[in-house]
Write a new protein. Structure first.
Length: 134
């Protein structure tokens, strides 16, 4: 007979007693988008470099760890038109912050092309460090 894998409701990481695992406090601030048309033809952009950045703050006094962030680039007038999502991870020590950024290069040949569109970006936290609180 094979072993069964099931959740007994107990977590191996949690010490005994009334302790719980909590996400630490963090903040995302100063999100910026920088868009530069590097080449144009007949008045429309054919080569656009878009850089998105945000400051990630570890607000905890004692816990260090990895902050996992997703940066998504999309067309501002049509948010379903996504140009790419990029995962970034930064290790932050207590009470510190870092700027996380990513760039995409959009190249197109017509006025309807992606390089000629207004680009937006979104920042989503995927995971943050946790700590045991008793």
């Amino acid at each position: 007979g094979g072993g069964s894998s099931g959740d007994s409701g107990e977590s191996a990481e949690t010490p005994s007693g009334n302790c719980i695992e909590r996400l630490i406090s963090y903040a995302l601030k100063n999100s910026k988008i920088n868009s530069i048309c590097q080449d144009s033809q007949q008045g429309y952009c054919t080569d656009k470099l878009v850089d998105c950045s945000v400051n990630v703050f570890n607000l905890d006094k004692e816990t260090s760890g990895n902050f996992n962030l997703l940066i998504t680039f999309f067309e501002k007038n049509n948010p379903e038109n996504v140009f790419g999502s990029f995962e970034k991870t930064e290790f932050l020590t207590p009470k510190t912050n870092k700027t996380i950024s990513h760039s995409v290069n959009l190249i197109s040949r017509t006025s309807e092309g992606n390089a000629n569109k207004e680009i937006g970006c979104d920042f989503t936290i995927i995971s943050t460090p946790t700590k045991i609180v008793c």
